[in-house]
Ligand binder design. Structure first.
Ligand SMILES: NC(=O)c1ccc[n+]([C@@H]2O[C@H](COP(=O)([O-])OP(=O)(O)OC[C@H]3O[C@@H](n4cnc5c(N)ncnc54)[C@H](O)[C@@H]3O)[C@@H](O)[C@H]2O)c1
Length: 342
C-alpha cells in the first residue's frame, strides 16, 4: 500500500514508519520537521520518501496515488496547545479537515486520525466509554473533538475514516519525549534520583505503549470492518488505567534508590479519566498488549542509559516539545505562526 504518514518525524510517527517500511509498504512522510534533529544518539530511522512541509500547505499533488493516510501531525499534547489556541485550531483542526477533503478528492481510500482520550478531561462519572459526554479542558482536547465530528461527516463507502481516541502513550521511541506522564517520571528519576510527581498522584490515566499503539494503527490500515467507518474507538487496554501514584511503584522496582516527591502543582492539567476499551476489544479480539507498563519502563531505562540521557538533557528540555518549539522560535527557525523560516 502507498501510505502517507503525517507527523512521521514525531514520537509515534518514528516508530510507526519503521514498522510500515518493514512490512513492505510504500511510505511517504509529511512533516514540518520541528523535531527532525531530536533523534537519540546512536539511533536511526530507515530511509523512505520524506516531504518537509507544513500540513497547512499540503496540496492535491502530495496525495496523488496514495491509498491511505495516517494523520499524526499536530501540536501534540495539552501544554503545547496553550502556546496559542488559535494555532492549535488552525493546525490540529482546520488543516486536518482540509487534508481529509483533499484526500477524498485525490481518491485516497482510508484516512486514520489520531485523536486523544484527553477529550474526556475530568470524567465526572468515574469511567467513560465512547458514548460518554466529553469534557475538554484544553485547546488541544477541543481541537480533537471538533476534528472527530467533522471527519465523521466525510466518511463514505469509498472513504473509510478511522477515529482513534488514543490513551496517553509511553515507551521508548527514537524521537523520545519526556513530556508524557510515564516518560516524564522515568526521566526525573534518572536526572535527579527523584520521581517528581506534579499532582497529588490521584489522577487516572489510560496508558498505552508506543509499540502497541503503532501496531493498532496498522490494524486499522488493514481492517475491512466497515462498521468502524466514521466511528470513534477508544484505543487502549482495560488493565492499563492507572492512577499516577501507581506509576511510582513500577518505576521504583527498576530504580529502587529513587525517592518519590509529590509537588502537588496540578498546574493547567487537572485531567483525570478512566476509560473503557470494550468496543475496541470487540472489533479487534486478537490484539493483545505486548508492552505492559513494567516491561516498557525497564526497556526505556535501559535505552535512555545506553544513549546517555543526562540531567542537562532534562533541564534544557531537549526532549520536551514546548521547549524545542520555543528554542526554534528564539533562533528564528520558525515564525510566530510556527511556519519554518527557511
Ligand atoms: N503522544 C501521546 O500520548 C498521544 C496520545 C493521544 C493522541 N496523540 C496524537 O497522536 C499524534 C502524534 O503524537 P506524537 O506524540 O507523535 O506527537 P509529536 O509532537 O511527537 O509529533 C507530531 C509531529 O507533527 C509535526 N507537526 C506539528 N505541526 C505540524 C504542521 N503544522 N505541519 C506539519 N507537521 C507538523 C511535528 O513536527 C511532529 O513531528 C498527534 O496527533 C497527537 O495529538 C498522541
Amino acid at each position: 500500500m502507498k501510505v502517507l504518514v503525517t507527523g512521521d518525524r514525531g514520537y509515534i510517527g518514528s516508530v510507526l514508519v519503521r514498522k510500515l517500511v518493514k512490512e513492505g509498504h510504500n511510505v511517504i512522510g509529511l512533516d514540518t520537521g520541528f523535531f527532525e534533529n531530536n533523534l537519540l544518539p546512536g539511533d536511526s530511522i530507515p530511509s523512505y520518501k520524506k516531504i518537509t512541509k507544513d500540513i497547512r500547505h499540503v496540496s492535491l499533488s502530495d496525495l496523488r496515488g496514495v491509498d491511505a493516510i495516517i494523520h499524526l501531525s499536530a501540536l501534540s499534547n495539552d501544554p503545547m496547545g496553550e502556546i496559542d489556541p488559535k494555532l492549535t485550531e488552525e493546525i490540529n483542526h482546520k488543516a486536518s479537515i482540509r487534508l481529509a477533503k483533499l484526500a477524498k478528492k485525490a481518491g485516497v481510500k482510508k484516512f486514520i486520525f489520531s485523536s486523544s482520550a484527553s477529550v474526556y478531561g475530568i470524567a465526572e462519572n468515574g469511567i467513560v466509554d465512547e458514548k460518554s459526554r466529553v469534557n475538554p479542558l484544553t485547546a488541544y482536547a477541543r481541537s480533537k473533538i471538533k476534528t472527530e465530528q467533522a471527519l465523521k461527516k466525510l466518511a463514505a463507502s469509498d472513504f473509510f475514516v478511522g477515529l482513534l481516541r488514543n490513551s496517553t502513550v509511553y515507551g521508548f521511541s527514537p524521537r523520545f519525549r519526556n513530556d508524557l506522564v510515564v516518560n516524564n517520571l522515568v526521566t526525573t528519576a534518572l536526572a535527579y534520583g527523584q520521581i517528581r510527581i506534579m499532582s497529588d498522584g490521584t489522577p487516572w490515566r489510560p496508558l498505552i505503549d508506543v509499540r502497541d499503539l503503532t501496531d493498532i494503527f496498522i490494524e486499522f490500515l488493514k481492517t475491512k470492518d466497515i462498521s468502524l467507518n466514521g466511528e470513534i474507538v477508544n484505543i487502549g487496554f482495560n488493565e492499563n488505567n492507572f492512577q499516577v501514584r501507581d506509576l511510582v511503584d513500577v518505576i521504583k522496582k527498576e530504580l529502587p534508590f529513587c525517592s518519590a516527591v509529590y509537588t502537588g502543582e496540578h498546574g493547567a492539567d487537572s485531567r483525570s479519566y478512566r476509560v473503557k476499551f470494550g468496543f475496541f476489544k470487540k472489533h479487534f479480539p486478537n490484539v493483545r498488549q505486548k508492552w505492559p507498563l513494567s516491561k516498557s519502563v525497564k526497556d526505556m531505562i535501559y535505552a535512555l542509559k545506553k544513549s546517555k540521557f543526562s540531567k542537562k538533557d532534562f533541564e534544557e528540555g531537549r526532549y520536551t516539545r514546548l521547549a524545542v518549539l520555543r528554542r526554534l522560535q528564539k533562533n528564528n527557525r520558525i515564525d510566530k505562526n510556527l511556519f519554518r523560516t527557511t
